[in-house]
Every structure is written in C-alpha cells, then in structure tokens.
Design a protein around this ligand. Structure first.
Ligand code: ADP
Length: 646
C-alpha cells in the first residue's frame, strides 16, 4: 500500500479521500489554488501545496504542476477525484511516465470511453445494448437528417464530446431538425471545441439507472449494484439512491452483466460507473464515467464498503476479494445541497456562508467541502455538501434524509434545500422511481418560492419561545428586555425570514402569548404539542425555538427559519439597490434583452449571462423603466457590475 498520496482535487471529494487516507495511515498531500488557500481540504490534509491562480485551467487542471508537487513530496499515487483531471487520458499517461500511480483506470480505457459516439460503437461491438441511433463519423447535414428520419422522431441530438447536458437537444418534428442541429453544433463548438454529433431515439419517460463497477489489475471485473439518479434538473443529478428501486430481477441482472461487459470491453480497472437509460423493460447504454462518481456514497452505504479504500488497494496492485460483489443491504438516498437559486433557473449563488447548519448523528452522513464562514467561489462547482441517509427500507431512508434536510440551514447564500425537501416528500417519488423529466414537469410546485410566513405562524412561534422561557429554559432569557413572567410587560421582537423583517410585540401568558404584528390586532396564541391555536383556530407545525441558532418552523415539506434581530436597531430603509441589475457572479454577457426606455415588469429576463458553465437569466428586480444599459453581448463582467439601471 502507498504511504503518501496526492489529491488532485478540492472540495468535498478531496476531503472524502483525505478521510480514508487518514484512517489507513496514509499521508495526504493537498493542492490548492489562490481561491482555496484556506479551504477545508487544505485544512484537513497533512500537507498542502499552492499550484496556481483561481481559474481551474491555471491550477487544478495543471497536470504538470501537480505532478511536480507529487515528485517533490514523494507521493506514490495521485487520486484525481471527479471532474478536473479525472478523465484526462494524457494526465493518466503522464503519471505513469513519472512512475506515479494514477488512482483510476488505464489511459486507454479513459480514451475509449471519452467520446460518446466512439464508446457507443464499442458497446455495439461488445453486445451491450445502446439506444437506437446514429454514431457515425460522417457529419454531412443531409446524411444526419436522413438518419434522424430513419430513427423516427422524436430524436435527441447529442454532442459526441458532450457532458453536463451541453450540445444536447431533443427534436420533436422533422422540420425542426436543421435549426436544432445548427444550434447544437454552436453549443458544442463553444463548450468542447468539437462539433461532432450523434443521434439517438429520444425516449419520452426514461429513468437514469447506473451500475457501479470495479476492476482490479488481475483481470477481475465485478459490479457493485445499481443506483437510480432519475431526479435531475437541467440533466444534472439532484437526488440519487441505491439500489435502483422497481426493477425486475431479470432487468437488474441484465444491467449488472451489461455493465461488466462494458468495463471488460475496454480493459477497465479501478472504480467506474456505467450509465443506462431505462424505459419499461428496456435498458440502453448511455456512457461510462471512468472515475469515482459524486453519488458513490449510496453504494458504500448498501455494501458497507469504503470505495476510496478499494480504489487505493486496487491501484496498489491488490486483488478484489473473491466473494465480491457483497450483497446489497437496505437502502440509501443522497441529496446534493447546492449553493444555487432554484427559483432563478438554478443560478449559482456565490459568496460567504455566514451560517451553515448540517445534520449530524447516526442516520445522516454528511460529506461536505465547506463549513460556516467558508466561501463558495464562482470558479468551481457550487456544491455545499452531500447528505446521505441509510435505512432498512426505502421509506426509512427517505424519512431519514427528510429529517436531515429539515435540520439543514444555509445563510448568506441561496440553496436548493427547499427543492430537496419538497422532492423527498413528493408523493410520486415516494411511491417509486420517477422519470428524468419529473422535476421539469412539476416545476411550478417544486420550484415555487417559499410562501411568506403567515401571521399565525409568527404568533405561534413567538408564543412557543415565550412558553419555553416559562419552563425555565435559557432560550427566552437572553436578548429581551423588560420581561416579567405573566406580567403586563410587553416584549419587543424583530424576526427576519426570507428577506422580510417583522416587528412584533408579545405579552407572555400561561401556555402561550398574546402577539401583535406591526399595527395589527392582538392575537391569542396558545402552544400545544405539534402546533397550537391562534384566536382559537388550531394549526399543526413543528416549532423549534431553542435548539437551532435560529427559530425553525416545519410544516409539511416546508421549513421557515426565523432569525431574531435586535428590535431596537433602526429599520433599514428600503433598498435603493432595487434600481440596479448587477452581475451576481463574474461571467460573460450572452444577450441583452432590453433597451433604454423599455417598460419592464418584475421577473422579466433582461440579460443572459454565461457563468460557471451555465447560462443564467438575470431578471428585473421590480417593475420599472430601463434608464441605462451598461453592457453588451460579449462583455466580460465582474461580480457586482451594474448591467442595467431601472
Ligand atoms: P451528459 O454527458 O451531457 O450528461 P448523458 O448522455 O449522460 O449526457 O445524458 C444525460 C441525461 O440526459 C440522462 O441522464 C437522461 O436524463 C437524458 N438522456 C440522455 N439520452 C437520452 C435519450 N436518448 N432519451 C431521453 N433522455 C436522454
């Protein structure tokens, strides 16, 4: 086994690899960019070395610089994590040439699976089923159109070099094929510098099912069961589970075998994932990811294995245990907590995490790359953490993860926690595996902003807080003035939730309080287990005013966080910032959809910004008239640059 390894990555996956290395007594070397000098992976590693500027191509993608650090520190192996250099065949070769083990498959396997078209041709030859389609080299317009007609509409145009859903377009009717092909080529050229396309039958309601595989250097290849990753937004996974539910035994066995055959066909070693789309009883090869996946923890939970440990063992030459695959036991579910705004087209949200509360305890495992006080940078993936729950049954895993998410709170940035909570309580998802279009089809409800906290909720929360004081808890005693239990004293409170500030007065009463919101009437709030009454009307809600740093109200799949503020501070004047539309993160202006003098309405798209590998729609903050447009298509803009003035 190695005694020193270098981790050529950052964030949660670097921390994840370091954790296993530490447990195995292996020294871990981290590398970091200018943006990450004080990042969690740097703090956790035994040693950390600076490799360059913040943009990935000047640091985490600099294979030469990273290899140099490996040589200087005596690292015998490099773990690439996922993303960055993990599927870079040249880097794997350079490691081999330097006599340093690349903890992953051979360069030839990476290369063979690197192109969607090529890998599909290989799979056809290996007898692995692929979606009916065209994977040829000839890219003539008329030939592609004829192939599309032969496949039968709807067809899916995909960039051969694709990834992350880029250059991928469904075409429903023959007459749209030409323009969509041109659009897909433009997108693929911009993203990958490669215009080659493949065509596939577009499945209407497929599931995404994948198989974890592992190979050793002694010719042994085995599956480690399935995962379902059908809950996706913009073709990106949001919630994953293992094993994939609702598959017939026969189909499951076919998937395991097809995945092993795919891996065998390219001489695979180490951890990899073979992805399929499944419709009914049909399964088709999508692609193979020649690395550890983000969602590997759900497989670890149902097999009891540490996949990173086995990556290291296999890279060091050890054989896989003869009894593999170990049986799958129980069910595991993972949610990806992202710094992004689901109500704004999943726009990444960057900045400092002023507060980050994550669940802890035996049921939910948390793989995080940041903690409170850390920054989420515009240079890298905006994932905050992965939450993974295990249970004897799928329902138990769902309940565990739900509870974990209810206890999760992000401040300072927007997060997708609201969407995740709703998904975990979504009746269709609870009933079984949804298809990949589920989130998009139910966007109106799943992505709706959190409703404002109703008056009864604020009143009941205040009453709960007062009644905890009543029981002698510490909760209510600090931060209030003039408080006499059951006296006539009125307590002034200020609560902030979802950007709205509420001023309240409370008169504690036995089992509750009288509460007044602003200039409104006094409400009689009485606390009962699991909720209470306001002016005699019963309400059900889980109200928590002592455990968390902020008060928490859980109702159904929604959670409101009420932040107590100083009630005597002057109320902040209405933001003049509402007049400006500023770039939330650095990026490039793709399009400007308004002109000086235009009347615009709140929420109307004014500017398209390309940043962090996605197109972000920037919308009018309020109704108004455009006073100035300060940007043009093609401009590179910094965070905070004022693009449009109302
Ligand atoms: P990328 O590498 O860009 O992520 P993939 O080929 O892995 O693209 O596909 C990503 C997702 O797109 C899949 O998980 C699935 O949801 C959807 N998809 C891919 N191919 C098809 C198809 N032929 N029909 C319907 N949906 C598809």
């Amino acid at each position: 086994m190695f005694s020193t390894i270098l981790i050529a990555n950052r964030g949660e996956i670097a921390c994840r690899v370091i954790r296993t290395a530490r447990r195995l007594g292996i020294r871990s070397i981290a590398v970091f960019s200018e943006a990450d000098a004080n990042a969690m992976h740097v703090r956790h590693a035994d040693e950390a070395h600076f490799i360059g500027a913040a943009p990935a191509r000047e640091s985490y993608l600099r294979g030469d610089v990273i290899l140099d650090v490996a040589r200087r520190t005596g690292a015998q192996a490099i773990h690439p994590g996922y993303g960055f250099l993990s599927e870079n065949a040249e880097f794997a070769e350079a490691c081999a040439a330097a006599g340093i083990a690349f903890i992953g498959p051979p360069a030839a396997a990476i290369r063979a699976m690197g192109s969607k078209a090529e890998s599909k041709r290989l799979m056809v030859a290996a007898g692995v089923p692929t979606v009916p389609g065209y994977h040829g080299e000839d890219q003539d317009d008329a030939l592609l159109a004829a192939a599309a007609a032969r496949i039968g509409f709807p067809v899916l145009i995909k960039a051969s070099a694709g990834g992350g859903g880029k250059g991928m377009r469904p075409v429903l009717r023959a007459e749209d094929f030409g323009p969509e092909l041109a659009g897909a080529r433009r997108e693929a050229q911009a993203a990958f510098g490669d215009q080659r396309m493949l065509l596939e039958k577009y499945l209407q309601r497929p599931r995404h099912v994948e198989v974890q595989v592992f190979g050793d250097q002694h010719g042994r290849i085995t599956h480690l069961h399935t995962r379902d990753c059908s809950l996706q937004r913009r073709h990106q996974k949001v919630i994953e589970e293992a094993p994939a539910p609702d598959l017939s035994d026969a189909l499951r066995a076919r998937l395991h075998e097809a995945a092993e055959n795919a891996a065998r066909a390219v001489g695979y070693t180490n951890a990899g994932t073979v992805e399929f789309i499944v419709e009914g009883d049909d399964a088709f090869f999508l692609e193979m990811n020649t690395r550890l996946q983000v969602e590997h923890p759900v497989t670890e939970e149902i097999t009891g294995l540490d996949l990173v440990e086995w990556q290291l063992r296999v890279a060091a030459g050890e054989a896989l245990p003869a009894h593999w695959p170990p049986p799958a036991q129980g069910h595991a579910m993972e949610a990806r907590l992202y710094a992004e705004d689901p109500t704004q087209d999943f726009r990444p949200s960057v900045g400092r995490l002023t507060e980050l509360v994550l669940p802890h305890g035996p049921i939910v495992r948390v793989d995080a790359g940041v903690e409170a006080g850390d920054a989420v940078s515009s240079h890298y993936d905006p994932m905050i953490a992965k939450l993974i729950a295990f249970g004897d049954t799928r329902d138990a895993a769902l309940d565990g993860l739900s509870a974990g998410l209810d206890a999760t709170h992000v401040e300072g940035l927007r997060s997708n926690a609201i969407l995740l909570r709703r998904l975990l309580r979504d009746s269709a998802f609870r009933a079984g595996a949804p298809d990949t279009g589920h989130i998009a089809r139910h966007a109106a409800t799943l992505l709706a902003p959190l409703p404002p906290a109703p008056d009864w909720m604020l009143a009941l929360a205040v009453a709960t807080w007062c009644s905890f004081a009543d029981k002698g808890s510490e909760g209510a005693w600090h931060a209030n003035t003039g408080f006499r239990l059951f006296g006539d004293a009125e307590i002034a409170l200020r609560l902030s939730t979802e950007g709205v500030v509420h001023d309240l007065l409370a008169r504690p009463r036995p089992h509750g309080a009288q509460v007044r919101l602003g200039q409104g009437p006094w409400l009689e709030a009485r606390v009962r287990p699991g909720g209470g009454t306001v002016d005699g009307v019963p309400y059900t809600a889980l109200i928590d005013t002592v455990i968390m740093p902020e008060w928490r109200v859980v109702m159904g799949s929604e959670v409101w966080w009420l932040k107590p503020l100083d009630p005597y501070a002057p109320a902040s004047t209405a933001a003049t910032a509402d007049n400006r539309l500023a770039a939330p993160i650095p990026g490039r202006v793709v399009a400007v959809q308004c002109a000086v003098g235009d009347a615009v309405t709140a929420g109307q798209v004014l500017v398209l910004l390309e940043a962090m590998k996605t197109e972000i729609r920037l919308t009018a903050p309020r109704d108004g008239k455009v006073a100035a447009v300060n940007c043009a298509p093609g401009d590179s803009v910094d965070e905070g640059t004022e693009l449009v003035t109302l």
